[in-house]
Design a protein around this ligand. Sequence first.
Ligand code: Q9C
Ligand code: ZN
Length: 346
Amino acid sequence: MKIFHSPKHTLHNPKYEVYEAAELIEFRENAARMDSILARLELEKYPKYSLPTQYDISTILEVHTQEYFQFLSSAWEEWENYRISNPNNYPSTDYIPSTFASNETVSRHSTIFHKGGMFVKDLTAPISQGTFAAALESVNCALSAADEILGGETFALSLSRPPGHHAGKAFCGGYCYLNNAAIAANYLSKSAKVALLDVDYHAFNGTQDIFYERNDVFTVSLHGDPHFEYPYFSGYAEETGDGVGEGFNLNVPYRKGTTDLEYFMHLQKALDAITDFSPKYLVLSAGVDTHEGDPNGTAKISYSGLVKIGEMIKQLHLPTVIIFEGGYAIDDLGKNFVGLLGGLVR
Ligand code: Q9C
Ligand code: ZN
């Protein structure tokens, strides 16, 4: 199995995210997460990673809008230019908007403030100087892994960072800017039917947005119920798709404190639905923020539970692109992620 990784992920290095109590906390989706995973892969004797191939941006523009992509590519520089031209000479910073649009369009006014309000969904997607460059590399890793599967391999791993599943057609949010898994699934869908399974603790609002009106990619997510959990406005069981996509999105929300055995039951339901769809390929959005020690989750999945999740997914017997998403219990992250991975690929 090939593993794709780019050291350029470190270019994405926001300092802070903002919490409800008007509180700045250290950015949790940090570069140390990747160090933890790379160290554990080495310890468990996985092969050394490969650098990704560089793909044309048309692979991204089939999933994200031109306007959003353009915004992401220039947001930090526009913010920096505003700072430089501003008489109150504050120091260079990450960009986090503070005014949010509802139904407005950008057509009349398009300063960085208008665009930020349009395209950024929340206060956990700060844009640092190198965010765009890192996000492109993260996509390149996902597409490189997808090409392995098209070439006949059974598994390929993309160590994507930043993660992607909260990024929609025209928005970033929740640590995500470009939707790595969706871009890989769209790429594979040119060859055959694809299922996308998301086991990250949070609902895949970006992925759902991207495929909601499509029937060639079956999207399935298990997650903390949005009645109490981020992203709050998406991830409900009654969201099943629209138009020809009706019946091709499955949300399986679960309760606060969900344990291993309950989780396995939910997962089996998701796997049965995937089997019924009879896809040729699987894209797995592999987050391990379901772990009992995760500061961003409420689920109570044990390490052995994560291994078992991998083993259960293996029973689909599908060629699978594995894409890293969330997981913030930094001390256990490498062990947890590689545990799930090993259940699946070993
Ligand atoms: N109290 C991923 O796991 N948390 N993103 C907002 C603020 C945002 C998680 C809650 C969590 C985003 C890829
Ligand atoms: Zn998550």
